[in-house]
Write a new protein. Structure first.
Length: 194
């Protein structure tokens, strides 16, 4: 039988004491250390989910990350490429926002922006078939990360639907994911001393 975990005793936050927040902080950071496991588990939910595409969403993600890795991109970039579509299961209408929110504490501004906007940039390759403006990305022309995002889609994302491509398995990326999610670079919940 599991021992009950210690919990704060307040009924509203304005009644909380320093010891309550110390306890909550301990739980928060312990839970945070398991983030990489949860990200990897969520990636597995994409397995077998084709959505009409030639490859399932997991294979697309693995292929995108493998292409980025073989293209000489940084580990941070490769992890961003791996999870760029992780939001497909929960954010069907805004999957780039979901992935970008997960990545934001762990990547630089360029990669965060790239993932957050890749859906619009990817649309260059298919929006016109859906009656949408394939040049929707042009609203961001001149932004410092425009070219990086266009390049990500051109080289790695839009090409990652090849059923015969030799993608690395998820296990190959696991150490990278663990390193990337080990310590946030920016978060309102973490100070530089932590």
């Amino acid at each position: 039988m599991n021992e009950p975990q210690a919990r704060a005793t307040f009924r509203s936050m304005d009644q909380a004491k320093a010891e309550d927040w110390a306890l909550i902080g301990d739980h928060f950071f312990a839970y945070g250390r398991g983030l990489a496991d949860r990200v990897l588990d969520h990636m597995k939910l994409l397995d077998g989910d084709y959505g009409g595409f030639p490859v399932d969403r997991l294979q697309h993600s693995l292929q995108t990350a493998t292409r980025a890795h073989r293209g000489g991109e940084s580990e941070e970039y490769v992890v961003a490429a791996l999870i760029h579509d992780i939001g497909d299961t929960l954010g069907s209408y805004n999957h780039p926002d979901v992935a970008a929110a997960i990545l934001k504490p762990f990547v630089d501004d360029r990669l965060h922006w790239m993932v957050e906007h890749h859906g619009i940039f990817q649309g260059y390759y298919f929006f016109h078939y859906l009656g949408l403006d394939r040049d929707m990305r042009e609203q961001y022309r001149g932004h410092p990360h425009f070219e990086d995002t266009a390049r990500f889609c051109e080289l790695y994302d839009q090409t990652a639907f090849d059923g015969s491509y030799d993608s690395a398995p998820l296990e190959f990326f696991e150490p990278m994911v663990r390193r990337q999610f080990a310590a946030p670079k920016r978060s309102i919940y973490v100070t530089e001393s932590e």
